[in-house]
Design a protein around this ligand. Sequence first.
Ligand SMILES: *Cc1c(COP(=O)(O)O)cnc(C)c1O
Length: 360
Amino acid sequence: MPERIYNFSPGPATLPREVLAQASEDIINYNNTGMGLVELSHRSGEFMAIAEETEALLRELLNIPANYKVLFLQGGASTQFAMIPMNLLGAGKKATYLNTGTWAKKAIKEANIIAEADVAYSSEADSFNHVPDQADYSVAPESEYLYFVSNNTIYGTQFKQFPQSEKMLVCDMSSDILSREIDIKPFGLIFAGAQKNMGPAGATVVIIRDDLLDRTPDSVPTMFRYKTHADKGSMFNTPPCFAIYTIGLVLKWLKKIGGVAEIEKINREKAALLYKAIDKTDFFKGHARENSRSMMNITFNLPSPELESRLVTDALDAGFSGLKGHRSIGGLRASIYNAFPRQGVVDLIDFMEEFAKKNG
Ligand SMILES: *Cc1c(COP(=O)(O)O)cnc(C)c1O
């Protein structure tokens, strides 16, 4: 194998080479301290500076208003499925959920353990091939928030426009945070695991409006309260130091190439190229309905499962890894997050066209 191949993995996912190069130096001797990055105390001046810079960059790139806290937590995005209803609902309360895939379903399950999830829409009967329009559902008046997943990593669907509601929005942006410009203000809370579009696994970013920090019922244990972490700048206990540091490097890289507005243009173009290749022939068939198509995870099928597995094998030989679709829907999936190079998309299209000619 060459040093780098095109890695279409859905997450952990490809990172910019320059980020990996910097991390590999710093892991042995950080900034001439004579200590490796992962050996620094989280209370040291060096690490505190890293954490502060990472947060400041995230605030700048996403234009996060001052009345929102930014937290770096552990436990993955999946822990947020429970922490959100624990902190924002509590027994006897209700929130509205849109069921657009596996990750939404898992969040609904957790919400129902703590409180009540009112599922206002589900695309499950259509193999989650779309996200709803505004007119397709209504939010119960007694709901505390409207929960949705902005990009459905497994099915390759994405909300082009966010839901609009009088209720605050709560959103799982694990697989498309920082991929396009957003307005934070309608959101009470946004969360994202780092390992898709921000860095390595190990940190989950939570962006929470600060007035929500005092809502948590007294019965919630200390580590599961957002306020615990907000009050201590995510340093109540040892934070995921390496992940925070690497997120910082990824954010510097993103800022250097022009920030979120610029990467959005690049992402739109990359996805459009691939969808165009899929639409050009009957050999490939996109899974998502056109108006729900994701810019991040492009899901498609071939005429048979046999051809699909042959494509995965041949693709790997040709230097394209991670194209096998999730086991719950099969088919193929190309995950092309921010750090995935445009040239990789162009080369994959050439490979796909060749494959279709040979096997069509
Ligand atoms: C990957 C993913 C998750 C799960 O993330 P973990 O950090 O593994 O818990 C949740 N939601 C979405 C949208 C994802 O893509």
